[in-house]
Design a protein around this ligand. Sequence first.
Ligand SMILES: *Cc1c(COP(=O)(O)O)cnc(C)c1O
Length: 391
Amino acid sequence: MIPSILPTYNRAPLSFVKGEGAWLIEADGRRFLDLGAGIAVNAMGHAHPALVAALTEQAGKLWHTSNLYQIPAQQELADRLVEATFADTVFFTNSGTEACELAVKMARKFFYDAGQPERTDIIAFEGAFHGRSSAGIAAAGSEKMTKGFGPLLPGFKHVPWGDHDAFKAAIDDTTAAILIEPVQGEGGIRPLPDQCLKGLRDLCDERGILLILDEVQCGVGRTGRLFAHEWAGVAPDIMMVAKGIGGGFPLGAVLATERAAAGMGAGTHGSTYGGNPLGCAVGCAVMAHVATPEFLGEVNRKAGLMRQRLEGLVAAHPDVFTGVRGLGLMLGLECKAVNTDVVKAGYDALVATVPAADNVIRLLPPLTITDDEIAEAVTRLDAAATALKTA
Ligand SMILES: *Cc1c(COP(=O)(O)O)cnc(C)c1O
């Protein structure tokens, strides 16, 4: 008999009833260190007082109005994002995959308005993840995500990750944009080298196509910069954001330059809930904390500490781990053991991690994790690796 929840997830037998900072707590009181953070969502940890205050204060005033009216919290969050990034304008969504939908629409509209309606194709990369909507799965292109769901949204091409020549060869008169994650998340925590992102930007400029970055997982302070592309010193034309921006409240956004967004006038796109007062109040609180040099400096310092400890862990357990990869607090442990077994052993040691492709486990702690919690997390991972060896 089909379960009452559509069984699209293989769920672990854990159910958390409370969160505090980097900790998740079960009904029986067991406390887990959370190195998943809702898959890079709880950037400020669980139940952060400033986020709780922002949400409850707004909840006592007004939950929802239509985008037919001005929404002050939405205006404030848009202004904050424009101020802090390359972008001139923002559209709010409820999720990452909705941001993908608009990014694709925006790129196509740009060329339609430019008198080049044949430019509809988006070049994306193998191993990519852009969500589960029709555009999202077509953009990812993998059999795992698309099989059985055809006909797929047309107009997507795929090239191997980081293969500049293949990418160059894939551009033709039908190309509208390239879509890439600066650090692949689901794909196994694979950072794109700075010179590759610079090369992509140059190529887009040369060929007159748009650069769309998917910073749904790697954005909002995760890599130690507000957005990961800042490390390479280049800017996209369009950027997808979600996950961390809402700190756990469903919120996403598409950020764009004035030029890329010029065709998106009244009536071209919409969302009932996108940019609602609750989500935007929380988003403002997240931005007020994360978009400061002090906070980002701390992320970088803690990332260095965590990486150093993880290198020690890998050295101590060469039969379980083979290396560390990633950027900032978006880290991956390359496994020799089966990654899902390592995640399970972690649960027994009361530490939550997330599997990814390439036999990697992802470590995406709340950006607010403390030094002591990092040390404790690595101690628990060490216990998990020891248990796995003796099992
Ligand atoms: C999670 C994710 C998405 C999809 O976001 P949803 O909110 O689940 O729709 C898109 N792109 C990347 C890189 C992601 O990590």
